[in-house]
Design a binder for this molecule. Sequence first.
Ligand code: HEM
Length: 239
Amino acid sequence: MPGVKKTRQAVVIYTRYERFWHWSQAGLIFFLAFTGFNLHGSYDLLSFETAVTLHSYAAITLMLLWIFTTFWNFTTGNWKQFLPFFGIRTPDGKRSSKFIIFLIRVFAVMRYYAYGILKDEEHPFKKTLRRKQNALQGMAYLTFMIFMGPALWLTGIFYLTYDFWNEIPNAGLYLTIIAFIHTAAAFIIIAFAVIHVYMTTTGHTPFHYIKGMITGVEEIELTDVEKAYLEQDHPERLG
Ligand code: HEM
């Protein structure tokens, strides 16, 4: 907000659970990609049976993690971080004005990654206590949760339970379609992971953002009110 005095301060912005689920999800997706493409036949580092067993256990673990994390997101209010308009304040409070500001922000971030970054410009988005993600990032994670994740777990569950429905007519054809969607979603998630890892290296130093997700600490601008709130209610979050 213009006119409000702010001070830069190191603050724990990613809680312990958030860091735990982030890194476990990253490890599990990497492991699922490795075992999945092994059983797909892309390489033969493991036997088919071992790859299927490991893939199935890792998939069940990831689905449990997603269930817990969805619960955590809703109970802590963190789910709002993924809403496109969250944290956007306009004088008239109208949704249409928020939408325009959101679009301007998305284009500012896109312009930055396409051009500004090469000219050493400052990132147009500054993390705050309320809003941890920029507009483009929030949209990317929402797409991950709404489309890519469900495409994988839905088809994966059909795949896992094939023995229960393999006698319905055309079961073989359905399985081929399911396998195709599952593999396509796996490719998309791998592309997502590659872009995501590239993005993490674009901070002040290549490991700046990665360090933030390990320690939970980032330097952000705090208003006097936010600072007083943290000092009184969460002193452990102030670095
Ligand atoms: C989220 C939950 C997931 C479940 C429940 C799941 C389940 C399965 C199952 C049961 C199979 C077939 C195993 C068999 O042939 O018996 C499979 C195959 C496969 N999975 Fe997953 N999986 C999941 C996530 C992932 C992820 C995250 C990736 C990669 C990033 C992935 C990549 C693959 C690939 C490439 C195949 C081989 C497809 C084929 O050639 O038919 N899976 N998955």
